[in-house]
Ligand binder design. Structure first.
Ligand SMILES: [Zn+2]
Length: 222
């Protein structure tokens, strides 16, 4: 599915691949991040006890990318937004996913069977996919129209056969008794004000000003 989606974009000229970057309709640039690089970044942040920052950076990236995709392709329903967001995730090399369950306005529940980041990472006593969790939560805000968070429930690094994730609105996560876990795992007291600011203020015309503020706030957390 991810491949045909990419092929369609390339054939239509909307997407160009250029020296490690994906350029979409000449308006949106993605950096192709090799899994090895993502794994090393993950190891570094975990060794520093700054997993919450890694999650937040990925959340910001997921939110802004999906915001722009939504505008570029005029994705006017949660279903369209969700499909293209998941296809992009797969095309970016996250691996194959299979959605268990999806409910607009509430949650997205999915598993990743082939995850090079977790496979390269090696053994861990807790889930390590902060990059995927953050990106999916940030992107999920555009599907569920709320400030979403994501919990990795099972991880291949913890001897599970798949990585399993749940993106949800605060209300949904509370109803599943996952809110406490989110608060602790991502230091939510510190990062939520930044997420809230971006969610409420972001628009591409003022990106520079908004991101400058976001990164000033981010540097205070480090
Ligand atoms: Zn994992």
């Amino acid at each position: 599915m991810g491949v045909s989606f990419l092929a369609k974009l390339i054939l239509s000229g909307a997407l160009k691949l250029d020296e490690g970057r994906i350029n979409l309709k000449n308006q949106l640039d993605f950096l192709l991040t090799p899994a090895l690089f993502a794994t090393q970044i993950t190891k570094y942040f975990i060794s520093q006890g700054k997993e919450d920052i890694l999650y937040l950076i990925s959340w910001i990236n997921g939110y802004i990318s999906n915001y722009k995709i939504k505008m570029l392709f005029n994705l006017d329903t949660p279903e369209k937004m969700y499909r293209i967001g998941m296809d992009f995730g797969e095309s970016m090399g996250i691996g194959l996913y299979k959605t268990h369950d999806y409910h607009p306005g509430r949650y997205t529940h999915f598993v990743i069977r082939t995850n090079p980041i977790a496979e390269l990472y090696g053994k861990s006593d807790r889930p390590i996919d902060y990059i995927i969790a953050g990106g999916m939560a940030g992107g999920g805000c555009l599907v569920h129209n709320d400030i979403c968070q994501n919990v990795e429930i099972r991880c291949k690094s913890c001897s599970s056969d798949v990585c399993e994730f749940l993106t949800g609105t605060p209300r949904e996560l509370k109803s599943r008794n996952l809110w406490k876990e989110v608060q602790v795992r991502y230091n939510l007291k510190e990062i939520l004000p930044i997420q809230k600011y971006l969610y409420e203020e972001y628009n591409p015309q003022e990106e520079q000003r908004i991101l400058q503020y976001v990164f000033e706030e981010l540097s205070k957390l480090e």
